[in-house]
Design a protein around this ligand. Sequence first.
Ligand SMILES: Cc1ncc(COP(=O)(O)O)c(C=O)c1O
Length: 411
Amino acid sequence: MNASKDKVIEKNKRYVCPDKIRIFNQIGIDLVIGKREGPYIYDLDGKKLIDVHINGGTYNLGHRHPEILEALKEGLEMSVDIGNHHFPSPLRGEVAEMLVTLSPGEMKYCVFASGGSEAVDIAIKSARHATRRKKIISIDNGYHGRTGLSGAVGNAKSAAFFLSDSPDCSVTVPFNDISAMKNALAEKDIAAVILETIPATLGFPLPESGYLAEVKSICEQSGSLFIADEVQTGLSRSGKIWAIEHFGVAPDIIVTAKGLSGGMYPMAAAILNEKAGSWLLEDGFAHVSTFGGSEIGCHVAKKVLEIVSRQETLDHVNNISKYLAASLQTLREKHSHLVEVRQCGLIAGLKFEGEIGAVMMSKALYDNGVWAMFSGYDLSVLQFKPYLFTDKALVDELMEKLEKSIVQCAS
Ligand SMILES: Cc1ncc(COP(=O)(O)O)c(C=O)c1O
């Protein structure tokens, strides 16, 4: 490690987040990202890594995608800035129209936010206003962010850490358990069910056949709304714009963030149908966000949406996903240490032997030139998310490095 890297780590340990640095240090990961380009990130000391963590989908298009850089530069030259959220804006209107049009069901409105957690808060508030009910159901160990309401749902320990746990938000049920969901909705007092289509922090368990459609149908019978958190699974990673489209469900609300930024300018949104968006007709000041829907960010997001909705992008994702699936299958047949492959498009969770199997794999892959992160709520599952423009050569290189790391970990 060179001296300047030491200094960066020291300063961050002192002023930013000592505990995170301690934990990564314990695992043996001392990454300080320097240069970045396409699927690659480079440690400050020069080490090149293939990024398959992509910050949860933020770098869906890769790092510093040339069209995104161009859009950002263009935005700056158009003499726009963040704008003033109180007034109409051509860019905000265009991006909202694109998001509404690209969504399944009968979406009507788009409320912008500067991050995924804020957008989840908007989703929950919208559902509460529409139903005049307070309770929200989520899954055990779900993850929807860290602000007030988003941090109160899902994983109970995280909610309790900042005293955000409350009887209205702490109703959780196991994923894929339809009878638990039925029971939780039986009293008809639930504002909304919030679900990630394929829960990332839980290790991308795939929804069982019919599960999501059944949840939606119970919601309809109970007068509750269905919120699809597509922060990690949306924007064409799954081979469709929204992963929920694979399961034939038209949600009442879709939340999008991370990748909508193009990895260059923060941008997030809650897309609402008529019922969920009723408050927008009653009190437009009920929720406002200074940075939500910033005009410069909208210029970038417009390009992101244009790229991810191109037929050639979707075709590529679907083709390369098949190649990835076959390659992972071969690896699994060869190595029992890789216990299970969960995959939908370019979203994959790789389950390894042992309770902290994925933590060990993160470290081994790091040493072998890949940055892939373990799932926070299931340390046996590695999140494996190659960027959208992954080609066969990159898949082959990834498989080679995965195999080397598996052999090292298994021994
Ligand atoms: C599924 C999901 N929802 C919401 C969020 C919150 O997004 P943000 O970190 O932008 O607030 C995240 C972030 O990791 C996420 O993975």
